[in-house]
Structure formats: structure tokens, C-alpha cells
Design a protein around this ligand. Structure first.
Ligand SMILES: Cc1ncc(C[n+]2csc(CCOP(=O)(O)OP(=O)(O)O)c2C)c(N)n1
Ligand SMILES: [Mg+2]
Length: 674
């Protein structure tokens, strides 16, 4: 047992470092960091199990920070365990420094998730806890049973709506490997919390199936006892509500208390206030970036303990691996993030099928061939056709993670964040489905998946106004334009931050799913039709879809016009081309499942598909902007037929007629161009 005095000294050390980093950066959030220091210090000095030598150890405990603005707390803590140098800490928020304004996913540095958008971080933890349960059940490796997932949430995260979804899922699935600390300091950015929340948070979480403890969050002994109790809880996730003091130990320039003050949320303490604070906490204001000797000793001792803990766990893992060599080899591949080998010849597509059904055929193959895949749906599996996967497995339930399907309930953002958390944990490949129009509820998570370069698969069906009778609330129009922006946005590796595929028919869907499964470097979005789609012409070379855009079979040499579309509109162009050919017009049809991928091809290839100066006619069921890129450099008569309204309520064939998505209209529009 560590001396409480030393623990308190270490927490003060964290407070000094956090306040100093913000002071030096002249920007950042000291108050929350100072309040939360006691919890994170007890966690890291006594409970969090990891291997100091091997940051990617699969069986490590994981710590997911929700309030990214508390970066100074995390970095200061990670400084105490040697993951950051004091110099790096002193470079908080500066160009090129690893101590970015908000933490960015970097396992080697001990940062398990990017955080900043409040709420998402703790939902990642829920996903990670699910992944650990899944891996325990599917590998039998005892290490996953011993893994604890810690989450840290603040007032902002509790206020975010996603906390309801995350708590519901964790409670329903009985995630007893999840321990969440709520830094309840009664203060937020602009007000005291009482101005915006009047709830019994403990009762709320109890009602959602959690074990809840309420403690003084600045009392190391109470924190220790609470973590012990939380670890012993069976069948439920555990919440520790810690009443913390915002800006603990902070003094103003006149020496009076600067605690519990909104002003310390997001600004340096400033000048004499900073100096007084550092002195008050036992540091040297002239030289504040220091680790006290007793704190060094505390963490040196912990490092020794961790070596022993890791060695024991490795021995257990080794015994399991020796007894289960095939599973062990498989597990190594899973955590290496290798794309699974899939025999797509087993995927048989029906002619003229809806691409959502074609996706079901793919998912059925994946359920059989990819043992570490987890598929989810937000209560639409029979409609978004993730049931192709579900039919080959069963859903998770409390105490039973032998299945591979995650029923998320009607909570798209929660579902997406849980899938991201699974991916962060590692070892699994998550996919999740819902209607494309509700991708709007998931965008903040998709953005985080793209930023973190996580290969989550997003399956979005009912891709256009052909949802028909459901009316404009359910008809995606501008959604494709929005998600395609992520293809234009580059990630830290200079690659398209997301792969977005809208296949043109059933067989192109198989290629799209193959591309999705091969893509382990970024998220993938699949945009799929509700309605049946006529197959592309006989002899179509579907493998060409891998280039993002290609010439569809049956196209004419030396065309008078190049017709361009994605998804089901390609088949409308094919029908329109029949009419044009009767008039002697030579037509090329180009299917562009991903303009983002197409634009990555050599210029010569792009030119060979859509030559400069060609007359181009594009057709999209979304905003015209989806295809307007193809008008650049094209003949001036070129145009895009798109939709510029929310859509209307009517049977989809009526909408096709009324909105001009017919062979006849393709004929009419193109004739007017020639
Ligand atoms: C989704 C989202 N909305 C708004 C913000 C901006 N923001 C950052 S911190 C914060 C207040 C958070 O208060 P609390 O969680 O209590 O943190 P504390 O002030 O206690 O450090 C807000 C509104 C954000 N980061 N994410
Ligand atoms: Mg707060």
C-alpha cells in the first residue's frame, strides 16, 4: 500500500505540471485537470495494468478519456510513467509537438483514443469492453477476462445525449469489465452545472443497470476503495461518482482561493495566480516542470510491479497459446490488423437484386469466414440487411458473448461510437448498419473514425428518394455529398480519410464489400439501395470498380457522350442509352462507385474514362454536386441531373417519373446537349 501522503504529493505534481503546461502554451484547460489528478494518479500508480515495455500488449487494461480538454491531466500523468518527456509537456499545443491540444490516438504514448467531442470517449470505452468480452468468448485466451476498461467522464459527457445510449448498452449487456469515473465538479465551461442539470445522476445510472458509488474524488483512500469495490462487481458496469474540486489547489493573484471557478476551465491561471498556485502545491514557479523524487520512486515501484504482473499474464497467455496454437496464430493476425482472407466465390448474387440484399449476401459470407467480425444494427437489421450476418450467428447478451451481432437499439451515434471503441481495442473488425438518412446522427463518430484511421465499416441502405412512401424525412438527398467530403479530406497519412462506395448493382456490391474488407487503414462507407436494380450489361468487368470509376460493358467506341453515375442511377443511364442508340448516338457509360478512389488513379487513366472536352451527362439521386467534379474540363454543354429538394412522399416509381429519373428523361436531356 502506498503512503497516502506520497499519493497526494503525486497528484499535486500532476496539478503543477498541468497548470504549467497550459501557462506556457498560453492556452488550454487547467481547472478540470487539477481536479481530476487524484483519480488518475491512484489509477495509474495502483490499478491500471499495462506493460511499460510493450505498449500494444493485447491484454492491457485500457483508459479512455472522454473530456479531451483534460489533455494536460492525461499528458502529465503519462509524463510520470515516461510516455512523454517534461520537454514535450512544456511544448503543449505547439506545432509538431506530440502534446496536441486534445489527445490524439497513439497507443505507443499511452493515448488509447482521440478525444475532444464530449461524450464519444466514454462510448468508445463501452465498445472496447464489448470487444474484450467478445475476444474472451471467442478465443478462450484468459487474458481478456482479466482486462479492465476504465473510462473517465465529466459533466459535459454526462450531459451529452450519447451518455444515455452508452449507459443503456453497458447496463443491458452487463459489462462488468467497465469501470467509469465521473469527475463531478459542479462546474462547466460557462456556468455551474446546477444551471443546466437537476438530476440524480447516481439514481439514473442505477436505473440503467449500473453499480454506483459516490465518493470524494479528491480523496486517494476513497478512490482506492472505490476502485477495489468496482473491480469486484459482477454482472454490471461500475460507476464511481467523484465529487472533485475544479482547480484544486489554485490560488488567485491576491492569494485567495481560485477553486470552483469557471474561469479555470479553459484559460491559463495567469501571472501571479499561476505562481501562487505552484507554490501552494509545493512546486517552484521558476522551474515548474519537475517530477518530485518521491513521485519518481512511486512510479519506479509501480513499474517493477507491472513487470511482474505482465510476466505472470504472459505466462498464462503462453500456456493458452501452446494449448491452442491455431487460435493463437489467428489472434496475432487479428491484432496485427491484417485484412482477412475471404473466398468471395462463395458469395452468390441474385440477378437484378437491391444492393442492400446483395450486401446481405456478402455479410452472410463474412459471418462464416471472418471469425473476428462483429456486425451491429440500430434496430433495422431486417431492413438494412445486416441480418445476412445475424442469420449466421446470434446477438450478444449479458453473460453471453459467444455470438457476433451487436443489437445497438435505436441509437446510431452510440452504435457508431461503440464500433469505434471495438476497433480501438483491437482484435476485431466492426461493421454497423442503419438507413442512410440517419447517417446524419453518426457523422461526429464517422469523423472521429476517419481522424483515428480506424477500419470501421458503415453500412447505409435506403440510399435515395426511392424510399418513396416514407417521404422526405426518410429520403437522403444531401447525405452522399456530405460523406463524400470525407473522401476529399486527407488523414494524417495523406490518404483519403474515408472510403465511400455506392455500388451500381449486386455484383458491384460484392466488389465494394471486398474493397471494404481489404481496407484496414480507414473507415469505409457502403451506400446501398432499397429497391431492386437491373444488372449492368453482360460482360461487365466488375473488378474495374476497384479503380473508383470505370467504363461499363456495352459502351460504344468514340462516344458522342459520356454518361456518369453512381449506384442505381447507372442502370437508369443504361436504359437511357438504349433509347439514344436507337437514334444513332454513341454512348459511353461510366460507373463511379467512389470518385475519391477514382481521383487517386493516374491522370492518364482518369482521362481514358472521362476524356477532357467530352460531352458529359451525370445523373445522381443526390445533390448535383455529387457529380459536378466530372464537369470540370468537360464540354460546356455538359450537365448533371440531380435532386435539389428534400424529396416527396409517393411510391418510388412515381417519384422516378416526377423527378426525372427515367430512361426517357436521360434521352431527352442528352439529346438537348448534342
Ligand atoms: C460535443 C462538444 N460540445 C462542446 C464542447 C466544448 N466544451 C469543451 S469542455 C466544455 C464544458 C465541459 O464541462 P465539464 O465536462 O464539466 O469539464 P470541466 O469544466 O469540469 O473541466 C465544453 C462545452 C466539446 N468539447 N464537445
Ligand atoms: Mg465539470
Amino acid at each position: 500500500m502506498n503512503d497516502i501522503k506520497v499519493l497526494n504529493h503525486a497528484a499535486d505534481n500532476i496539478r503543477i505540471l498541468a497548470a504549467s503546461a497550459v501557462e506556457k502554451a498560453k492556452s488550454g484547460h487547467p481547472g478540470g485537470a487539477m481536479g481530476g489528478a487524484d483519480f488518475i494518479n491512484v489509477l495509474y500508480s495502483e490499478y491500471l495494468n499495462y506493460d511499460p515495455e510493450n505498449p500494444t500488449w493485447v491484454g492491457r487494461d485500457r483508459f479512455y478519456l472522454d473530456p479531451g480538454h483534460m489533455a494536460p491531466m492525461l499528458y502529465s500523468q503519462l509524463c510520470l510513467i515516461g510516455k512523454y518527456s517534461l520537454e514535450e509537456l512544456a511544448n503543449l499545443r505547439q506545432w509538431g509537438s506530440p502534446t496536441t491540444g486534445h489527445p490524439e490516438f497513439d497507443i505507443t504514448r499511452g493515448v488509447e483514443n482521440t478525444s475532444g467531442p464530449l461524450g464519444q470517449g466514454h462510448a468508445f470505452a463501452v465498445g472496447a469492453a464489448i470487444a474484450a468480452k467478445f475476444l474472451a468468448a471467442h478465443t478462450g485466451n484468459p487474458t481478456f477476462e482479466k482486462e479492465t476498461i476504465y473510462a473517465y467522464i465529466s459533466d459535459g459527457g454526462v450531459q451529452e445525449e450519447i451518455s444515455q445510449g452508452a449507459a443503456r448498452i453497458a447496463g443491458t449487456l452487463g459489462l462488468d469489465n467497465l469501470i467509469m469515473f465521473y469527475d463531478s465538479n459542479d462546474i462547466q465551461l460557462s456556468t455551474e452545472t446546477k444551471e443546466v442539470m437537476n438530476e440524480d445522476t447516481a439514481m439514473k445510472y442505477r436505473a440503467l443497470g449500473w453499480d454506483v458509488q459516490e465518493i470524494n474524488g479528491n480523496d486517494a483512500a476513497q478512490i482506492r476503495t472505490a476502485i477495489e469495490k468496482a473491480k469486484a462487481v459482477k454482472g454490471k458496469p461500475a460507476l464511481i461518482i467523484g465529487k472533485c474540486i475544479m482547480g484544486k489547489g489554485a490560488l488567485k493573484d491576491d492569494g485567495s482561493s481560485y477553486e470552483r471557478n469557471c474561469k479555470t476551465h479553459g484559460a491559463p491561471l495567469g501571472g501571479d495566480a499561476f505562481k501562487n498556485t505552484v507554490k501552494n502545491l509545493g512546486g517552484d514557479p521558476e522551474n515548474p516542470f519537475q517530477i518530485f523524487d518521491d513521485v519518481k520512486a512511486l512510479y519506479a515501484k509501480r513499474a517493477e510491479e507491472l513487470k511482474k504482473i505482465a510476466a505472470e499474464r504472459y505466462a498464462e497467455e503462453k500456456a493458452w497459446a501452446t494449448a491452442n496454437p491455431e487460435k493463437a496464430a489467428q489472434q496475432a493476425d487479428w491484432f496485427a490488423g491484417k485484412a482477412p482472407k475471404i473466398d468471395w466465390s462463395k458469395c452468390v448474387q441474385k440477378d437484378n437484386d437491391a444492393t442492400r440484399s446483395a450486401s446481405a449476401a456478402c455479410l452472410s459470407v463474412l459471418a462464416e469466414q471472418v471469425p473476428n467480425m462483429i456486425c451491429a444494427s440500430a434496430d433495422l437489421s431486417n431492413s438494412d440487411k445486416t441480418d445476412g450476418f445475424l442469420k449466421k450467428t446470434h446477438a450478444f447478451k449479458a453473460g453471453d458473448f459467444s455470438g457476433a451481432f451487436f443489437q445497438a437499439g435505436v441509437a446510431e451515434l452510440t452504435m457508431a461510437c461503440c464500433c469505434i471503441g471495438m476497433s480501438l481495442h483491437g482484435g476485431v473488425i466492426p461493421a454497423c448498419g442503419t438507413f442512410f438518412v440517419f447517417s446524419d446522427y453518426m457523422k461526429p463518430a464517422v469523423r472521429m473514425a476517419a481522424l483515428m484511421e480506424l477500419p470501421v465499416k458503415f453500412v447505409w441502405t435506403h440510399d435515395a428518394f426511392r424510399v418513396g412512401e416514407d417521404g422526405p424525412t426518410h429520403e437522403p438527398v444531401e447525405q452522399e455529398a456530405q460523406i463524400r467530403l470525407m473522401e476529399k479530406l486527407k488523414n494524417h497519412h495523406g490518404e483519403n480519410s474515408c472510403l465511400v462506395l455506392r455500388p451500381a448493382d449486386a455484383k458491384e456490391t460484392t466488389v465494394a464489400w471486398a474493397m471494404a474488407m481489404e481496407n484496414m487503414r480507414t473507415p469505409t462507407a457502403l451506400i446501398l439501395s432499397r429497391q431492386n436494380i437491373q444488372n449492368l450489361p453482360e460482360g461487365n468487368d466488375y473488378e474495374q470498380a476497384r479503380k473508383g470509376g470505370y467504363i461499363v460493358a456495352g459502351s460504344d467506341e468514340n462516344p458522342d457522350v459520356v454518361l456518369v453515375a453512381t449506384g442505381s442511377e447507372v442502370s437508369t443511364l443504361v436504359a437511357g442509352a438504349e433509347l439514344l442508340r436507337k437514334d444513332g448516338v454513341k454512348v459511353r457509360i461510366v460507373s463511379v462507385p467512389s470518385e475519391g478512389v477514382f481521383r487517386c488513379q493516374p491522370a492518364a487513366y482518369q482521362q481514358s474514362i472521362v476524356p477532357a472536352g467530352a460531352k458529359v451527362f451525370g445523373m445522381t439521386a443526390g445533390l448535383p454536386v455529387n457529380l459536378q467534379g466530372f464537369l470540370i474540363g468537360a464540354a460546356p454543354e455538359s450537365k448533371v441531373w440531380g435532386l435539389e429538394s428534400f424529396g416527396f412522399s409517393a411510391p418510388y416509381k412515381v417519384l422516378d417519373e416526377k423527378l426525372g429519373y427515367t430512361a426517357e428523361n436521360v434521352y431527352k436531356q442528352v439529346k438537348a446537349m448534342l
